[in-house]
Design a protein around this ligand. Structure first.
Ligand code: ATP
Ligand code: MG
Ligand code: MG
Ligand code: MG
Length: 477
């Protein structure tokens, strides 16, 4: 007989009938109650074993982590804590998990320990919940765009362009590093490198997405991006997933509207579809908060934070206004941070962003119209000749979650900017073509998917919301 997902059994599917369930043992209490989980839900099903019916040899194999199958009648449960349970008549053990060796025991493990066991941490309740939320969120991303007339476009992973011009690219080469081809002068001969081209792993699919938006109208990419971030922060990965919509004939205001509407939609979607997992993560957070001194505790629970984002407008503030606010702010008493900014034109540091979001406005903030000097070459120059139509969305507890802009659509202005910034225009000939032929205003943004998952799950380290985090010195498996 076919087995049924535990999520369905808990919903009462097959009640008073014979059912089969397969999964991994969470606990085996009093040699009588197996808490079984198959990953379909955070909740376990209780399987009641009659000691006399099964050989002791078999029951000895039922440990935390063992893979088993049970068959029996699904009945209403008399015990507290569950509505239904399985009265087990047949029990099969597929694979044991020796308790002396199996690292994931039913106790609280540190996040560091679990990161070292990234292949097994998914078996904990917490990582099960996080990764189910991540999966539902990625579905919501596609659903939002597909329902709103966007086409999904796959940007190349190997590319010759550095969209950000930030020099954070991983080089892709097919050269044999132990036997590099040399020129007559003894220099490395790059002619054979990636079939004669210098190529990198993509840092962003934006430039390519722009070319597609200029024909399909509204497009989005959602794929892996790579940055050689040689820093160990809790917000940066060397490999992360980015959501990048691009829309023809949209200006910066439309872009802000799109980003805000999109974020609200996907957060609302997980609130609706992941209630059990979010309740579990919320409880975990609240338990953690209780260990902190009163003054440091968060004012809102995770669910309240998520609902707040869905129900309230993001605050839209220009860079110039933000600098004024920061100038008038009091420096942090403990002197660890200074909120005061150097002056107009300086880039905001993360402590500035956190001050604006967490202390001053106490809500998500969209900062726009940044100084041209600190932003990438492709952003639309404003009439003031000093600022560009850029926007960053800042979230409490996270900082920057979105970076976007209206793009410079005027061929001459873009070319001048490229030359001024010392970028090789030959390499961007294809990009410049979009401005040469049928150019039009357009805008888009990049949202780091892991930062969204961080926010939705209440986790604080980006390494804990991606299955296998890639960070400096961390790419073993
Ligand atoms: P940050 O200031 O945090 O380094 P950025 O300004 O360099 O980010 P953008 O080039 O604007 O990043 O990329 C768009 C979005 O991609 C960011 O808003 C962020 O959500 C996400 N992102 C950027 N770099 C990383 C990274 N190394 N790991 C995870 N997400 C990232
Ligand atoms: Mg960066
Ligand atoms: Mg930034
Ligand atoms: Mg940015």
């Amino acid at each position: 007989m076919k087995h049924t997902k535990i999520n369905d059994l808990l919903g009462g599917k097959g009640l008073l009938h014979e059912v089969k369930a397969k999964g991994w043992v969470k606990t085996f209490r009093n040699n009588q109650f197996i808490a079984l989980n198959d990953g379909s839900t955070i909740n376990n099903i209780q399987c009641v074993v009659d000691l006399d019916k099964f050989p002791a040899e078999l029951l000895k194999k039922v440990h935390t982590g063992a893979a088993i199958s049970v068959r029996g009648t699904l009945v209403e449960s008399q015990g507290a804590g569950q509505n239904v349970e399985i009265q087990v008549e047949h029990l099969k053990v597929y694979g044991e998990a020796n308790p002396e060796e199996y690292p994931i025991q039913p106790k609280k493990h540190s996040l560091e320990f679990l990161r070292e066991n990234a292949h097994l941490r998914i078996r904990t309740n917490m990582f099960g919940a996080i990764m189910r939320v991540r999966s539902v969120l990625s579905y919501a991303v596609h659903k939002y765009f597909q329902d709103n007339g966007f086409f999904y476009f796959n940007a190349p992973i190997i590319t010759g362009s550095d969209a950000e011009g930030a020099g954070e690219m991983f080089r892709v080469t097919n050269l044999d590093l132990n036997n590099l081809p040399r020129t007559e002068e003894g220099k490395i001969d790059f002619k054979e490198d990636f079939f004669g081209k210098t190529t990198n792993l993509t840092v962003s699919g934006q430039l390519e997405a722009e070319t597609y938006a200029m024909a399909l109208g509204s497009v989005y990419t959602f794929g892996p991006t790579f940055r050689a971030e040689n820093s160990n922060t809790s917000r940066h990965l060397a490999e992360f997933w980015m959501i990048e919509p691009e829309v023809a004939f949209n200006n910066l205001d439309d872009n802000m509207d799109l980003a805000e509407d999109f974020i609200k939609y996907v957060i609302n979607y997980v609130l609706d579809k992941c209630a059990d997992d979010l309740a579990f993560l919320d409880k975990r957070l609240q338990d953690e908060e209780k260990t902190k001194p009163q003054a440091e505790r968060s004012e809102m629970t995770l669910l309240e934070k998520l609902r707040f984002v869905v129900d309230n407008n993001f605050k839209r503030v220009s860079y110039t206004e933000a600098v004024d606010i920061l100038r008038n702010s009091k420096p942090n008493k403990n002197k660890k941070f200074k909120y005061i900014i150097d002056g107009w034109g300086a880039d905001l540091q993360s402590e500035h962003e956190r001050y604006l979001v967490e202390k001053h406005f106490k809500c998500p903030v969209i900062l726009f119209d940044y100084p041209a000097e600190i932003k990438a070459f492709y952003m639309r120059m404003n009439e003031d000749g000093k600022t560009v139509r850029a926007m960053d969305i800042l979230f409490p507890g996270i900082g920057e979650i979105v970076g976007g802009s209206q793009r410079e659509e005027r061929y001459d202005v873009l070319l001048e900017k490229i030359e001024k910034m010392g970028i090789d225009k030959e390499e961007l000939w294809w990009y410049l073509d979009t401005r040469k032929f049928g150019t039009a205003p357009h805008s888009g943004f990049g949202l780091g998917f892991e930062r969204l998952v961080l926010f939705a799950t209440g986790m604080t380290n980006i390494r804990d919301v991606i299955p296998f985090p890639r960070t400096p010195q961390n790419a073993e498996f």
